[in-house]
Design a protein around this ligand. Structure first.
Ligand code: ADP
Ligand code: MG
Length: 354
C-alpha cells in the first residue's frame, strides 16, 4: 500500500515547483499576507514555506496530511468548483509520502505554536515515540511553517531524474513570480539558502504593492513602464448555448477580465503569458495562440508580448484537464470566450496612442 501511495503521490507532486504551487495556494486560502519560501538545492534538499495566515488548530493537526481530508469543503458553495480544480485534500498527504514533512503552526487563539512531523500521512511520533505525543508545543508566530526535506528520498529513480538544482530553483521562482503578481498587495519572498544554485533568481514583493510596481519589479522596469490595463469592458458575456427545435436558448455568463498587457511599443525577449482563472494559475493553449497571433499585427517583427490576465467566471463554464500538475483549461464555449478576451486585449492596445 505504501508503494501505491508513493506512486500516486509522485503523480501529484512531480517536482518541487508543484509542491510550492500547492502550498502557496494553501497559504492564500488561509488568508496570509506574507509568504516566504526558502530553498536549498532548488527545493530538493529543503523547501520551507512560512505564512502569517490563520494557522491550523491543534486538534486538526492529526488529519491535515490524510488523503482527501480538507478543511475547505464548507467554503465552496458550488460543489462544481471542487471538481473543477480537482485533487482537493491531496497536496500535503502526497508530500508526506515522498518527503520528510514537518508542520509548525499557531492560531490566534493559541498561547503557543505546535509542531508535528509526518511520514506517509501519519505522525512520525505515533510510530517511533508513542509516549512523547505527536504534537509538541513550541515557540512560533501566528501562521504556518511547512518544511519539506529530501523530496523523493524514497523514490530514487525520480530523484535521479533531476539534473539541475538551478532548473528546479528557476521553476519555483517562475511559479512564485506569477502568484506574487496576481496577489499584488501581499508580500512574497523567495530565499536561496545554499550555494548549490549559482545565480538563484530571487523574488521579492512588498506589502501594499500595486500590480504595476510589481510588474516592474518582477518582469523588468521597461515592461512596468509600458503596460496598459485591460478592464472588464464587457462583463456580461452573451453565450448562445444551443437550440432545441425552434427555440434558441441564450444564457448570460458573468465573465470578467482584468489584467495588464504590454502595448505595441514594448516587446520582450519571449512571450510571457500569465493566466489566472478564478484565482488559480492555469494554462490555456488556445487562448495563448490567439493572443500571440493578435499581437503579430501590433508588434514589430519578431517582438513578443507580456500578457497577464485574470478571468472570473462560473466554474461550470470551465473544463480543467483533471491532472494535478498540468492545469490546462478549456472553456465550455471556447470560441466565444477566446474571441471576447481577444477583443478586450485589442481594445486596450488601441486605447493607448503608440
Ligand atoms: P486542501 O488545500 O485541498 O484542503 P491540502 O492537502 O493542500 O488540501 O491541505 C490540507 C489541509 O491542511 C487544508 O485543508 C488546511 O486545513 C490545512 N493547511 C494546509 N496548509 C495550510 C496553511 N498554510 N495554513 C493553514 N492551514 C493549512
Ligand atoms: Mg491545498
Amino acid at each position: 500500500e505504501t508503494v501505491v501511495n508513493r506512486i500516486a503521490a509522485g503523480e501529484v507532486i512531480q517536482r518541487p515547483a508543484n509542491a510550492v504551487k500547492e502550498m502557496i495556494e494553501n497559504c492564500l486560502d488561509a488568508g496570509s499576507t506574507c509568504i516566504t519560501v526558502s530553498l536549498k538545492s532548488g527545493g530538493l534538499k529543503l523547501l520551507q514555506i512560512s505564512d502569517n495566515g490563520h494557522g491550523i488548530r491543534k486538534e486538526d493537526m492529526e488529519i491535515v496530511c490524510e488523503r482527501f481530508t480538507t478543511s475547505k469543503l464548507k467554503e465552496f458553495d458550488d460543489l462544481k468548483s471542487i471538481a473543477t480544480f480537482g485533487f482537493r485534500g491531496e497536496a500535503l498527504a502526497s508530500i508526506s509520502h515522498v518527503a520528510h514533512l514537518t508542520i509548525t503552526t499557531r492560531t490566534k487563539d493559541s498561547k503557543c505554536a505546535y509542531k508535528a512531523s509526518y511520514l506517509d500521512s501519519e505522525f512520525i511520533h505515533r510510530v517511533y515515540c508513542k509516549l512523547k505525543g505527536a504534537v509538541r508545543p513550541t515557540a512560533g508566530n501566528i501562521g504556518t511553517q511547512i518544511t519539506v526535506e529530501d523530496l523523493f528520498y524514497n523514490v530514487p529513480t525520480r530523484r535521479k531524474a533531476f539534473k539541475s538544482a538551478s532548473e528546479e530553483h528557476q521553476k519555483i521562482a517562475d511559479v512564485m513570480t506569477r502568484y506574487a503578481l496576481h496577489n499584488s498587495g501581499k508580500s512574497f519572498t523567495l530565499r536561496k539558502m545554499d550555494q548549490d544554485v549559482s545565480a538563484g533568481v530571487s523574488v521579492r514583493t512588498q506589502l501594499g504593492s500595486t500590480h504595476v510596481t510589481n510588474i516592474g519589479t518582477l518582469f523588468g522596469s521597461n515592461v512596468g513602464k509600458e503596460v496598459i490595463q485591460v478592464d472588464h469592458f464587457d462583463p456580461q458575456l452573451h453565450l448562445k448555448v444551443g437550440s432545441c427545435q425552434s427555440t434558441t436558448y441564450a444564457s448570460f455568463v458573468t465573465f470578467t477580465i482584468n489584467g495588464y498587457v504590454t502595448n505595441a511599443n514594448c516587446s520582450i525577449k519571449r512571450f510571457l503569458f500569465l493566466l489566472f482563472i478564478n484565482n488559480r494559475l492555469v494554462e490555456c493553449t488556445v487562448l495563448k495562440k490567439a493572443l500571440d497571433s493578435l499581437y503579430q499585427t501590433y508588434l514589430p517583427k519578431g517582438g513578443h508580448p507580456f500578457v497577464y490576465l485574470s478571468l472570473e467566471m462560473p466554474a461550470n463554464n470551465l473544463d480543467v484537464n483533471v491532472h494535478p500538475t498540468k492545469h490546462e483549461v478549456h472553456f465550455l464555449h471556447e470560441g466565444t470566450v477566446v474571441e471576447s478576451v481577444e477583443k478586450q486585449v485589442e481594445a486596450a492596445l488601441l486605447s493607448c496612442d503608440s
